[in-house]
Design a protein around this ligand. Structure first.
Ligand SMILES: *[C@@H]1O[C@H](CO)[C@@H](O)[C@H](O)[C@H]1NC(C)=O
Ligand SMILES: *[C@@H]1O[C@H](CO)[C@@H](O)[C@H](O)[C@H]1NC(C)=O
Ligand SMILES: *[C@@H]1O[C@H](CO)[C@@H](O)[C@H](O)[C@H]1NC(C)=O
Ligand SMILES: *[C@@H]1O[C@H](CO)[C@@H](O)[C@H](O)[C@H]1NC(C)=O
Ligand SMILES: *[C@@H]1O[C@H](CO)[C@@H](O)[C@H](O)[C@H]1NC(C)=O
Length: 408
């Protein structure tokens, strides 16, 4: 469900950018013939190319074709001759800066199963607004020349075989808004600068990123951030609160997170999806989650969380699915005992809820509950985040959720 909403979100934005490009009067025949730049070029060079940009695009695409080693659908076999706009997977449009020419504005080779590299010559495609290479077998690293793509808006490299450290070159792209590098083999830390760019969507899941989530987020503009299935480790930094004005989906499943959930998660007032499942989180659910009025999906499953399932979360007006199985919760407050009556799908299995079926054994529960976690003094793994003590309330799980700090 989450993935299908992400998909439609992504596709709709791809269409918008193509429409933006295409909406310039590009097929106006008068415009074509009054283009002094292209006319000049054709007249003097007798070039088969309509303009120098298309000539450069030809050079780039032929260089790319030379480093493609497998193309089972023969898509690039027909990348022949000067009419690059007719090449399969290559889209031309009128650029913002000259209404009289056409340039290569998009590459879409999604699902082509092509194996090869990305050559330095791709920097010649300086008008690209989108690159979609989902589900191919491109490998190696990204060429530094991609820094030349000042109009690049969407970069989807998902499900390929790219390797090496985080591709820093993407941080230099001034127009980049959608970055999708999931399902590759990138490794090492995520640079903090990634979160200070004006990106709307950041998908870095299913790589080999390690080290902690950067603790120095400064006012990100992202509405979707998917870190899932990496070995990040450490704690979720309180500075996650800097995403508050935009973040709607935060997916952190299976990222080796430890420590307590910081109360600042509850400051992300636009959140619709929060998934921190399959980690090593301890301590209680912060009361501040009761302030997430837009929250629809909450997944806390497979952690070592303790304390009570408090009413403030169970009565969230938009909550549709509350999954908290495989933890050590020991009490459900009020309506939380019957979420069905509130129209909420839930999974409460394998906790320490005495009244409920499918719970952990008494022995298993006692082992954990005898050692309550002090979030105030908890030290995060990986030497990551120096948590300001004033921001970490001690765990006092029986006070009322309406006392959540900072909520209106
Ligand atoms: C691609 O071309 C090769 C060699 O010409 C041919 O054997 C193969 O059947 C073609 N594949 C497709 C999907 O057209
Ligand atoms: C960047 O783009 C410009 C304009 O298309 C081109 O002349 C130049 O060679 C490109 N640089 C690289 C490194 O590809
Ligand atoms: C969890 O992430 C690791 C990489 O850190 C991956 O190897 C593993 O398959 C993931 N587990 C699931 C259930 O996706
Ligand atoms: C609720 O969310 C969990 C975890 O994402 C999912 O496995 C489950 O299928 C969802 N239940 C419903 C009824 O949507
Ligand atoms: C939960 O509430 C529903 C609807 O209000 C009711 O039918 C059901 O019996 C309740 N279940 C329990 C275990 O109390």
């Amino acid at each position: 469900m989450a993935s299908s909403t992400l998909c439609s979100f992504f596709i709709s934005h791809a269409l918008i950018i193509l429409l933006l490009y295409i909406s310039f009067p590009s097929n106006n025949p008068a415009a074509k013939h009054t283009s002094s730049a292209s006319h000049h070029y054709r007249h003097h060079s007798r070039s088969p190319f309509q303009n120098p940009k298309l000539h450069q695009a030809y050079t780039a695409l032929q260089a790319w074709k030379r480093v493609i080693y497998s193309d089972p659908s023969n898509i690039t076999a027909k990348w022949v001759g000067p009419d690059v706009c007719s090449y399969a997977g290559v889209y031309c449009a009128t650029p913002p800066y000259d209404k009289n020419i056409k340039v290569v504005a998009g590459i879409d080779l999604n699902g082509a199963d092509i194996a090869g590299f990305l050559p330095e010559e791709l920097g010649l495609l300086s008008d690209l607004a989108l690159i979609h290479l989902n589900s191919n077998r491109f490998c190696g690293i990204l060429p530094q020349s991609l820094a030349n793509l000042s109009l690049l808006y969407e970069l989807d490299l998902s499900n390929n075989r790219f390797v090496g450290p985080f591709p820093y070159v993407v941080l230099s792209l001034p127009s980049l808004t959608y970055l999708d590098i999931r399902y590759n083999e990138f490794e090492g830390p995520l640079p903090p600068q990634l979160f200070s760019k004006t990106l709307d969507a950041i998908f870095v899941n299913n790589n080999r990123f390690s080290n902690v989530i950067p603790s120095n987020f400064v006012g990100s503009s992202a509405s979707v951030v998917v870190f899932a299935n990496n070995k990040l480790g450490g704690c979720l930094p309180p500075s996650i609160a800097n995403f508050a004005n935009t973040l709607e989906e935060l997916l952190l499943t299976n990222t080796s997170l430890s420590g307590c959930l910081p109360p600042e998660v509850g400051y992300l007032y636009k959140l619709k999806v929060l998934d921190v499942s399959n980690n090593n989180l301890v301590g209680p659910i912060p009361y501040s989650l009761a302030g997430l009025a837009h929250l629809e999906q909450l997944n806390l499953a497979h952690n070592k969380l303790t304390g009570i399932i408090s009413m403030g979360v169970c009565i969230l007006p938009n909550l549709a699915n509350f999954t908290f199985s495989y933890n050590f919760f020991c009490e459900e407050e009020g309506i939380c005992q019957n979420l069905t009556s509130n129209g909420i799908a839930f999974d409460d299995r394998r906790n320490c809820l005495l009244e409920k079926p499918n719970q952990r054994s008494k022995k298993e529960c006692e082992g954990v509950l005898e050692h309550p976690v002090d979030c105030f003094h908890y030290h995060c793994g990986g030497g990551s985040t120096a948590i300001p003590p004033t921001m970490m309330p001690a765990a006092t799980p029986l006070s009322s959720p309406s006392m959540a700090p900072g909520y209106v």
